[in-house]
Write a protein that binds this ligand. Structure first.
Ligand code: SAM
Length: 277
């Protein structure tokens, strides 16, 4: 099927606001499905577009639930997915559906596989990290820069609060780089496919809200030391903040970005024991 021709024939106009950059190469779409390690089961796709990835997903999965916000794509999807009976297209803004409802539509464990619009990247990932219960992995085509942040190592410029929040509950792997000219139309940046495999019990984090606050506070002012950031963020004296840091066996002048994920977990546990909020 010539998707570009079909879109032209149907008079489809790309909507920049929705981040519409479609993938059409079938080999690449199959490779993305292989990266996602789909072996049957249910896949949730966010942003079906013209249905190119959706079609390939329907061959690898038992069932696909595909969201698409742009009503102008409905008639295109009716054509491209006509022979995919295991696909359920939902014409809606995925961000307006609450997580309980979304997971009920998937009916048990599911994987997310999606080429997501750039404007949604961080909020979408954080939603699945913070709220989802039954998701096993996210395989996302996203801006290369963001993928590098998610997979970053401590003490690098890419390492930040989102890195630690994600790596505390999942393993992150960049599986391939996609140059911008693979998309139709081509965006201004290159992309990468990243697989986020959830391991919710990787660390013993009983109070995720406090854990995330610890991380956020530690990165709040990157030029300041961890002591200073903790003192401001948790409203404690500098001496108390130094005490916390020495309990964790960290150097007194260290910065948040130097801590490994394990060290952040230890820091959060120390703060939790002190009943700071
Ligand atoms: N999956 C297709 C592909 O790979 O060619 C399309 C990918 S395109 C980058 C992102 C798609 O997400 C667009 O079709 C866009 O209309 C849709 N989209 C944007 N925001 C959305 C939202 N909040 N909920 C559901 N779909 C959305």
């Amino acid at each position: 099927m010539d998707i570009k021709q079909l879109l032209r024939d149907m008079g489809f106009r790309f909507n920049k606001q929705f981040g519409q950059n479609f993938l059409t190469d079938e080999n690449l779409l199959n490779n993305i499905c292989n990266d996602a390690q789909i072996e049957g089961g249910t896949v949730l796709e966010i942003g079906a577009g013209a249905g190119t990835l959706t079609r390939v997903l329907s061959k690898h999965a038992d069932r696909v639930v595909a969201f698409e916000i742009d009503r102008n794509l409905e008639k295109v999807l009716n054509v491209t997915l006509a022979d995919c009976p295991n696909v359920n297209v939902v014409m809606a803004d995925v961000m307006r559906v609450n997580m309980v409802e979304l997971e009920a539509m998937c009916g048990g464990e599911y994987r997310v596989v999606a080429n997501i619009p750039y404007y949604l990247t961080s909020p979408l990932i954080m939603r699945f990290v913070e709220e989802a219960k039954a998701v096993t992995s996210l395989t996302l085509t996203i801006q290369k820069e963001v993928a590098e942040r998610l997979a970053a190592k401590p003490a690098t410029k890419d390492y930040g609060a989102i890195t630690v929040a994600v790596q505390a509950v999942a393993d992150v792997d960049i599986t391939r780089i996609l140059p911008r000219d693979l998309f139709y139309p081509a965006p201004n940046v290159d992309s990468a496919v990243v697989r986020i495999d959830f391991k919710r019990n990787k660390y013993d984090i009983l109070n995720p809200v406090l854990f995330r606050k610890t991380v956020r506070v530690s990165f709040a002012m990157r030029r300041k030391t961890l002591v200073n950031n903790l003192a401001v963020g948790f409203a404690v004296s500098k001496q108390q903040a130094e005490q916390i840091i020495s309990t964790c066996n960290l150097p007194v002048n260290c910065r948040g970005e130097e801590l490994s994920v394990e060290q952040f977990v230890q820091l959060y546990k120390t703060i939790e024991q002190l009943q700071l909020k």
